[in-house]
Every structure is written in C-alpha cells, then in structure tokens.
Design a protein around this ligand. Structure first.
Ligand SMILES: Nc1ncnc2c1ncn2[C@@H]1O[C@H](COP(=O)(O)OP(=O)(O)OP(=O)(O)O)[C@@H](O)[C@H]1O
Ligand SMILES: [Mg+2]
Length: 466
C-alpha cells in the first residue's frame, strides 16, 4: 500500500478521532492550527493553538529536525506523507505522540502550503506515565559520524583506491566533494572521512540540501537571532554547531543559488553571520559535499555556481555505481547476510551460486542500498530453519543489466560474435525466467517480446523441455 492509499484508509478509520489540524504556508509558517482534543480543557486547546500561530514550525517544535518534519517533507516533495507514532516536544518541553496524515495544498500547480491531520495517541501508551512523558527532554540532534573506513566493504581496485585516498586527505583542510549515484555510499564515505581525521571527536553535521524550502534551510544553516523574522528565536545554526568538526552538505546541487553564494562566503571568510545579527562568528569547519551528478554534469547543468564548485571540489571522490563493480557484490552480500541475520537473531544462511550470479547481473538502480534491502527482504521471508537463499527468495522486481553493459565488458571475447551474442541472449533469457519464477508470459513481458518467440528461444537453448 502506498502512502496515499494508507493515508486515505487512515482518514476513513480515524476521522472522528482527529485531535488537531495544522496548516502551514510554503515557508513552514503555521497559518492555522486548531486543536479539538476533548481530553484537554477547552481553554488549553485554544491557548496552545493561538501561541503557535505565525511561528515557524521548527520554532514550535524545536525537537524536530527539518528532515523529520512530515509537513516540511510534503512542502518539498508535494507528496502525501503518513507517519505513525511521531513523537515531538513543543517549545514548552511537552511531549506528544501522534499519528499524522500530511498532504500538500496545491494552487495552479504550485505547492502553496500543507495540512496535517493528527490523532494524539500520547496517553494510549500505558507503559509511560503522563508525567514522565511531559518532563522528558527533547532528544539532541545526532551529530556523531557512525561509520569508519572499516565499514566500507570493497574488493574492486577503484574502491580500495578510494579508501586509500580518504586516508591520505583525512587530515588536510581541503574541501571534499563526493559524487555518486543514489545509494553508492556517499554519506558512508563522508562519515568515514570525518572519523579518520583529527576532527573525529567533534561534531559531524549532515544536512540534506534538497529536503527543505530555501528560507528554512537558510535559518537552519546560519542560525537566527530573536526578531530576525516573525517568530524567530535565538537559535544556533548548523554551521556553528559543526565548529571544529565536519559539515556534510548532502545534494549540494539542489541548494538554491542565493544560498550557495552565502555558503561560498562562509568558506572564504571562515565566518558565519546568523540571520538578524550584525556580528560575524568565526568557525572552523571542514566541508564535505555530495552530489548525485558527475562533476561534468554539474558544470554543464548550471545547478551549482562554478566558483562554489571550485571551492568544494579541492578533492573529488567519485564512487562508481554498483553495476560497474560487480566484484564487490559477493563481499557485500556476505556482509549484509551477517549483519541482518544478527539483527533478526537467526543463523546466517548462504546464497546459492545461481542466486549470487543473478545478483551480480542486476542493474541496481538503487546501488548498495538496494542490494542491502534485497538481502534483508530475502532473510525475512526465509524460514527459521532454512540455510540457503535461492532465486525464489529474491524479489521479482529486480531488473537485469542494460544490454550495452555487455559491450563494455565482453562476456566471452575469445568466441565468434554470433556465439557471444547467443551466450548473452541465453543469459538474459535465464535471468528473465528466474525473476519471473518460471512464468513464460511474465518473462516475455519483461523482455518485451511475444510469448511465442520466447517459447521458441527457450526451447532452442534447451532452457525448457520441448
Ligand atoms: N561499500 C559499502 N559497504 C557497506 N555498506 C555500504 C557501502 N556502500 C553503501 N553502503 C550502505 O548502503 C546504504 C546507503 O549508503 P549511503 O546512505 O551512504 O548512500 P548515499 O550515496 O549517501 O545515498 P543517497 O544519494 O540516496 O543519499 C547505507 O546503509 C550504507 O551503509
Ligand atoms: Mg546520502
């Protein structure tokens, strides 16, 4: 079920239990808030709503990071978000746990705001006394880097070389740019680089530049002083929080151009000026940035200011997509099998040769992250006592490599072209049949050929009995 279906179903079942409605404009400012929870006194409901009005969402709920706020996610993606058990602390330190349905307000094709319908389930958790719930402090923002170089599992020369480069540049002041498709491990690399450097005892602050509207991202990075804008409080910016440590600017190419100019100034002057303040604050921050586009693409597409790019990419680490380093797959599979078996508290199974061969031929649009999810999913459907994962346990949606790959890495260069093509065709047919669990009609659809043609070819290559 996708978020939309889940949300609509939730609405049908919970309409009569909705405790509050919050509406924000496209900058995240609360423009309407109404609580009608009968468990609170009428006056309490009214005061709470009134105090929040006109303030930025993150001011009212300081425990919430911009990435965690479902309303802000809706503002940046335009998609419905449904989340259960979201715990937030308001500016008076009071915790509530809610099930939330968030959807965008769209006018003439533009996102003008977002609405959140909440069901307050705080006191339904019988384990926690209401008093304890209300007094517990907000959780601090996570500013530690989780991974080290040892967590980067790699076997191919390019990847081992990248690990060496990390070691070499770890203690320099140079900015590092990490390029790679989604899920190739950019944040893992950034975290390992931070932990390999003398900055490892200090903060590692990661910010996703694509997830937030411009003004929120600006306030978040630079901080603000009371009165800088409606509802602004004294708030330390993330650049300042990363002082002495590392600031990881994820998806830097999605940062609005205006803000890029301000980041450039921070890099040049090593100072940050909070919004509404006239006093610059000195900071010592190492910037690691990431992009899912290559350097050439970045220069050509105009998303990133060239002067900022030259500041950011003193060292560039380009992580190849997984399909270009299939030699890493057996090691990664093994690593994820152990990791997830341990988490599930079960024995660690093995993969059959067929299954491993199949995984090595997949396209992996989502790269290592997709491979990890595939292994995790296979482990979940494997019986407690089963010791092997075979093709049947692998999801049917995995796709096989694009045909051009074979021309970059010839399968069997020493045979004739006709023979090489026949071998490649046989390999594609075998994989299509495997992911379709032997159903010829499905396999034919995947290969985009008539069923009868597939039948003929399968017989020709003796892949099925005549
Ligand atoms: N070489 C690797 N060894 C072990 N785990 C890896 C490796 N590469 C990626 N991973 C794991 O894959 C997942 C995705 O990695 P990460 O979040 O660093 O990717 P990313 O490039 O930042 O993705 P995105 O562009 O989507 O933000 C993480 O769980 C990470 O630990
Ligand atoms: Mg990332």
């Amino acid at each position: 079920m996708d978020a939309k279906e889940q949300g609509l179903r939730w609405l049908q079942e919970n309409l009569m239990y909705i405790d509050s409605v919050t509406i924000v404009d496209n900058s995240g400012r609360i423009i309407a808030k109404q609580r009608f929870n009968p468990r609170y006194a009428r006056e309490e409901n009214r005061t709470h709503s009134k105090l929040a009005l006109g303030k930025n969402l993150l001011e009212v709920f300081p425990s919430l990071s911009p990435e965690e706020s479902t309303l802000l996610q809706v503002l940046s993606t335009g998609k419905i978000v449904y989340l259960e058990n979201q715990a937030v602390w308001n500016d008076q330190g009071k915790k509530t746990v809610c099930n939330n349905l968030n959807f965008p307000l769209i006018y003439r094709g533009k996102i003008v705001g977002a609405v959140e319908l909440s069901r307050d389930i705080t006191n339904m958790d019988a384990q926690v006394s209401p008093a304890a719930v209300q007094l517990s402090p907000p959780p601090p923002r996570n500013t530690t880097a989780r991974y080290t170089l040892d967590d980067i599992i790699a076997d191919t020369p390019q990847m081992l070389q990248l690990k060496q480069t990390i070691l070499k540049v770890a203690n320099s002041h140079s900015s590092v740019m990490i390029c790679g498709e989604t899920g190739t491990g950019k944040e893992l690399f950034a975290s390992a680089l931070h932990n390999a450097s003398y900055r490892k005892g200090k903060a590692f602050v990661a910010v996703n530049c694509a997830a937030l509207p411009e003004n929120i991202l600006e306030g978040l990075l630079f901080g603000s002083c009371k009165g800088a804008f409606t509802g602004a409080e004294n708030r330390k910016g993330l650049i300042q929080e990363a002082d002495g440590g590392t600031l990881y600017l994820d998806e830097i190419n999605s940062m609005p151009l205006n803000l890029q100019a301000k980041i450039l100034r921070v890099l040049q002057e090593k100072q940050v000026m909070p919004l509404g303040s006239a006093t610059p604050i000195s900071v010592d921050v190492r910037v690691i940035s990431s992009s899912n586009r290559s350097l050439e693409e970045l220069l050509n597409c105009g998303e990133l200011r060239a002067d900022l790019l030259y500041r950011l990419n003193t060292v560039t680490l380009t992580i190849p997509p997984l399909k270009k380093r299939t030699q890493d797959i057996p090691l990664l599979v093994n690593y994820f099998l152990h990791k997830h078996s341990q988490m599930l508290g079960r024995n660690c199974p093995k993969l059959t040769d067929d299954a491993l061969q199949f995984l090595m031929g997949c396209r992996w649009h989502g790269n290592v992250r997709e491979l990890e999810h595939t292994i995790e999913a296979a482990l979940n459907i494997l019986g407690e006592q089963e010791n092997t994962i075979s093709l049947e346990q692998l999801p049917a949606y995995l796709t096989i490599q694009d045909p051009p790959e074979v021309f970059e890495e010839p399968l069997v260069p020493e045979v004739s072209l006709t023979e090489a093509m026949a071998q490649y065709e046989k390999k594609l047919l075998t994989q299509a049949m495997a992911v379709s669990h032997g159903r010829i009609v499905d396999a034919a659809k995947r290969l985009k050929i008539p069923r009868t043609t597939l039948q003929y070819k399968l017989e020709k290559y003796c892949l099925i009995g005549k």
